[in-house]
Write a protein that binds this ligand. Structure first.
Ligand SMILES: [Fe+2]
Length: 288
């Protein structure tokens, strides 16, 4: 097994949890994932969180797949720089997708890329520019595919591998997106992971999904399902990521419930803590 630095475990920060997070004792390995755009209007609101916790920054507005390559929404980039200066994140993460047209229209959704050689070259330029501008390593996140664009030059695994090798970027592997894709498009998630460049995986997302009109959607409004934990366990046999984040974007439970999910992820990635890594059918996880 490749051993990374001490792994961190935490949740995606959302405003309803602010007071509870700042008030309670949390494990030393607790990490917050913060949406940069949530703090664009007042970056100084980050300060109390940054004083307490290590931080990874997540974004959905970077639209790395937008053409032409090498250009950004300048206002977005300037705001990100201010947030990065205060947050001092371990990583900045964005999706392998586009959310904005070349004319600047917000598409309102993570749109998949046509994984061609030209698209790869464009991504390489953008990722390098983003890393240079922010001074932080970028991780690219795999999305839940609404559809797959045919006649591509790469599959997702080889596309990510090529970009990482050319830029020094890493991967944010959304394990639950892999599960959703496997169910929607009919493949074996563990076999898929076996051909994935897991050596580049630095961070993991876990989240709940919902079945909507026969299609699994990454709704982030329910508990992480057992199949996602099983795939995390499969990953951890090869690569323990630097950070594992529970994502929740709706039907917010008490913080304690999310911390139970964090504890379960921790136990999977730290098999010496208890036996739950080898007993994943057991839904009960004790807080450390
Ligand atoms: Fe995610």
């Amino acid at each position: 097994m490749e051993k990374a630095m001490t792994p961190l475990f935490g949740i995606g920060y959302r405003r309803p949890y602010r007071e509870a997070l700042l008030a309670r004792d949390l494990p030393e390995d607790f990490v917050l994932e913060i949406m940069g755009s949530h703090f664009f209007s007042n970056p100084l609101d980050l300060a109390p969180l940054v004083e307490r916790f290590p931080v990874v920054l997540h974004e959905v507005m970077g639209s790395l797949g937008t053409e032409p390559p090498g250009t950004f929404d300048d206002a977005w980039l300037e705001r990100m720089k201010k947030v990065v200066q205060i947050a001092k994140p371990l990583f900045v993460t964005e999706h392998l997708a586009f959310t904005r047209s070349a004319s600047g229209a917000d598409l309102g959704h993570l749109c998949p890329l046509w994984m061609t050689h030209a698209s790869k070259d464009a991504l390489v330029v953008r990722v390098k520019k983003l890393q240079d501008a922010l001074g932080v390593r970028v991780l690219l996140e795999n999305i839940a595919w609404p559809f797959v664009i045919p006649n591509a030059d790469y599959d997702e695994a080889s596309f990510l591998r090529a970009i990482c090798e050319e830029t020094g970027a890493g991967i944010l592997l959304d394990v639950s997106n892999v599960i959703a894709n496997a169910k929607n498009f009919g493949f074996d998630a563990q076999k898929w992971l076996d051909s994935f460049p897991v050596g580049h995986v630095e961070q993991v997302h876990l989240a709940g999904s919902q079945l909507h009109r026969g299609f699994w959607v990454d709704s982030h409004d329910s508990r992480v399902d057992a199949s996602s934990y099983l795939l995390l366990d499969h990953l951890a046999k090869t690569k323990v990521p630097r950070a594992v984040i529970i994502e929740r974007d709706g039907a917010y439970p008490p913080l304690e419930e999310l911390l139970l999910e964090v504890a379960r992820a921790r136990s999977i990635c730290s098999p010496s803590e208890n036996d739950s890594r080898h007993n994943l059918s057991n839904q009960e996880v004790r807080m450390p």
